[in-house]
Design a protein around this ligand. Structure first.
Ligand SMILES: [Mn+2]
Length: 395
């Protein structure tokens, strides 16, 4: 048996990715953070004495990323001084236009592209068994093909694959799904020792062997990801179970904040939750707000969110899961004390706002119940009026 092996397993860097919800201030900082995560991964590999970094697919967002993205990625990779193995994934498949075939990548010191399916020797007794993507739509289980016929001969083998495992993917019609059961058999038989996967952005242990993992993306890309921002430090000795340690390298967060708002207390609680979130300039909050607010409370909420938008990298509302109804409290409209024609407008809006929502219960919006007469719009208008009028006369 060869000496024990330690390496870093990562995937789904998708360098060159842009996010529609980031503004001109946040996008470049996010881009830089993703390159920094690559750099930290290389440094971690060096600190831990890892023999290599294995990137299991989707290194780049696409094969069309610009030369700046490639140059910065290669510079960040070189920083750790540890060899790097890159597997082509569905975002950067090894087709005729592949960025992984470019001379810049090919000639980068310490960078190896796993461009052929099957075993690649890292050192005597240690192999990477690669299942590279050569098109965006493979018609078979590439991992099954790559590992076929490997013997249990004492060689330490790490599989590098990309795509959905059948145990986690509901899409039975996808011919490229990776079959988990044969891999677990091969692990148990000592033909393989670890299966390193990419494609799933959440760090995920698959099955029961403890040796099949998705590393997840090293920097969050979507609020639906569970536990992103990690790379895995893996140790294998061929006889004991794989030791796998997730290590955080990401610095951004995309939290989902759900709140039921129906009182001053619930607004105060939302304020506290947002205030307590750390590293706001690297945090994109998605809000799912439901409930019923008075005009004054809606105005307070709008003030709160406006102030928070200056602090966070982004504050976005999850439209499908946002259902806030604004209903004026009894005294609120008369207390506005606008006088004259403005009072007449308030009365009209209040009458309209009091009508049933189109679609019965909000969420729809925009439909209207007559010629442009939409209760939701009327409520928003009242809330804005209330806010602009300073929330009515004060004592
Ligand atoms: Mn992918």
């Amino acid at each position: 048996m060869a000496p024990p092996l330690r390496f870093v397993h990562t995937a789904d860097w998708q360098l060159g990715m842009t996010r529609h919800f980031l503004d001109a201030d946040a996008q470049p900082r996010y881009t830089a953070a993703r390159t920094d995560a690559v750099r930290r991964t290389g440094q971690l590999a060096r600190e831990r004495g890892a023999e290599f970094v294995l990137v299991c697919g989707d290194v780049f967002e696409s094969n069309a990323v610009g030369p700046r993205v490639v140059a910065r990625a290669l510079e960040a990779l070189a920083d750790g001084g540890v060899p790097v193995y890159l597997l082509p994934g569905n975002h950067d498949p090894l087709d005729a236009s592949s960025v992984l075939r470019s001379p810049e990548v090919r000639s980068a010191p310490g960078v190896h592209v796993l461009d052929a399916p099957g075993p690649h020797e890292v050192r005597p007794g240690v192999e990477l068994v690669a299942a590279p993507w050569t098109s965006k739509r493979p018609l078979e289980d590439l991992v099954a093909r790559a590992v076929a016929g490997l013997p249990a001969d004492g060689t330490l083998r790490v599989v590098a694959g990309h795509g959905a495992v059948d145990a986690l993917s509901p899409d039975r019609d996808d011919p490229a799904r990776i079959a988990l059961a044969p891999l677990e058999e091969a692990l148990a038989a000592g033909r393989l020792h670890y299966v390193a996967l990419g494609d799933r952005h959440s760090t995920t242990r698959v099955g029961t062997s403890g040796a099949v993992w998705y590393a997840g993306t090293p920097e969050v890309t979507d609020r639906r990801e569970v536990d992103p921002g990690n790379v895995l430090v893996v140790e294998l000795d061929g006889s004991s179970p794989a030791r796998v340690e997730p290590v955080r390298v990401g610095t951004w967060a995309f939290p989902l904040v759900r709140a039921e708002l129906d009182s001053d207390e619930s607004l105060a609680a939302l304020r506290e939750r947002l205030t307590a979130l750390p590293a706001k300039d690297r945090t994109v909050v998605t809000l799912s707000l439901t409930g019923t607010l008075t005009l004054a409370q809606k105005a307070e909420l709008d003030d709160l969110l406006e102030a928070q938008r200056h602090l966070f990298a982004g504050v976005q509302e999850w439209e499908r899961h946002t259902d806030l109804v604004v209903l004026p409290a009894d005294a609120e409209l008369s207390d506005l004390g606008l006088g004259g024609w403005a009072d007449g407008a308030v009365a009209e809006l209040a009458e309209l706002a009091g009508r049933a929502d189109p679609g019965g219960g909000g969420g729809g919006g925009g439909g209207g119940t007559g010629a442009g007469a939409d209760p939701l719009v009327a409520r928003d208008a009242l809330a804005l009026l209330h806010r602009l009028a300073g929330g009515g006369p004060r004592a």
